[in-house]
Write a protein that binds this ligand. Structure first.
Ligand code: DAH
Length: 341
């Protein structure tokens, strides 16, 4: 049997080693019971006091008390470490190089949508949205596109057959459902809900069965705009679009309006922007004065109100702004492309 004084040293060394090896709160509690508990080893050392000669009692008692304090403090410190999730200081290699956190970023198209809605926001436009699964009324009829119009060809649209609970629709009955081919649908939805004055932009996805190549995808995004009020003219349309182009692409950017045709506007125009670097005109999309038939379909009085609208391709805008030469990059999920923006 070692001398009592030696036993103090032995318990002290063991307690230190075991505490350093503790890895969980449960192990820490085991440690506490074993050394600091009412039947623990330190209490056990105190009991040895009774068998010691009188003159040895005080120094022995002081040593055991000192051990008790030291182990209690070390125990508390370890407990704090475990609670804050850190390892004992020894486990950290401070010479190891830091690990740079990998920050993600918003998809470039979403960034462009934010830039566009922010810019139009400063011109007094609010943002509206509508469903991507639409009915023929909102995609065609209310937009003055008659049944005979080639745009309604089943081969040019993603008609959808859907089980409504009242039997499966064929996708070809009256007011069939389809994935919207244009965000102009939301012009109708906004006018159905809101009285003029109206001043909204509508960013959103549209779908067309096109073969994918460097300028075509079967899903892409449009930015629609709609302004309805008393006394709105073509001047408002042209000046707003020119302001937008100059603010977004630069003050010197040339804009051109070409006469065109859309069933839902009269007169209609196509908007081109000239890009000096490519030395060519790039079409942004269509625009025009909202057709009286469209206003009537939404119960807006064409004698009282006039308005204008446009629909631009957002990928096209993004490609021009950020010099992206293939539309397919947007959907290929290649981080080497995505992290550049
Ligand atoms: N919806 C048309 C398209 O997808 C674009 C368009 C043209 C929208 C003229 C408009 C407009 O609002 O006035 O091709």
């Amino acid at each position: 049997m070692p001398q009592p004084i030696e036993q103090i040293e032995e318990v002290s060394a063991r307690a230190d080693a075991e505490l350093a090896a503790v890895k969980s709160p449960a192990e820490l509690e085991q440690f506490r019971i074993k050394y600091l508990g009412s039947k623990g080893e330190i209490k056990g050392l105190m009991k040895l006091l009774g068998g010691l000669p009188k003159e040895e009692k005080p120094p022995f008692g002081q040593k055991v008390n000192a051990l008790s304090d030291r182990v209690s403090n070390a125990f508390e410190a370890r407990k704090t470490d475990l609670e804050s999730g850190s390892q004992p200081a020894m486990a950290e290699d401070v010479t190891e190089p830091g690990r740079r956190p990998q920050l993600g970023n918003r998809h470039i198209l979403m960034q462009v949508i934010d830039e566009l809605t922010e810019l139009f926001g400063r011109m007094g436009f609010t943002v509206a949205s509508g469903p991507e699964l639409e009915d023929e009324f909102h995609n065609f009829v209310a937009l003055n596109i008659p049944k005979s119009h080639p745009a309604r060809d089943p081969l040019d649209n993603y008609y959808v057959s859907i089980d409504t609970g009242e039997g499966r629709s064929s996708g070809f009955e009256d007011n069939a459902l389809l994935l919207r081919t244009q965000t102009s649908t939301v012009q109708i939805r906004v006018m159905e809900k809101q009285e003029p004055p109206i001043r909204v932009v509508i960013p959103g996805r549209v779908y067309r069965p096109d073969t994918h190549d460097e300028t075509h995808l079967s899903m892409f995004h449009q930015l629609e705009a709609l302004v309805i009020d008393e006394g709105v003219t073509m001047v408002d349309l042209k000046s707003t679009i020119m302001q937008f182009v100059h603010a977004y692409f630069g003050k010197e950017t040339k804009v051109r309006f070409r006469p065109s045709f859309f069933p839902f506007t009269e007169p209609s125009a196509e908007v081109d922007v000239y890009f000096e670097d490519k030395q060519r005109w790039v079409e942004l999309g269509g625009c025009g004065m909202v057709h009286p038939n469209v206003l009537k379909a939404c119960n807006v009085d064409p004698e009282k109100y006039t308005g204008w609208a446009f629909g631009f391709g957002i990928e096209r805008i993004a490609m021009r702004k950020y010099a992206i030469n293939d539309i397919r990059y947007f959907v290929e999920n290649d981080v080497r492309f995505l992290r550049q923006f």
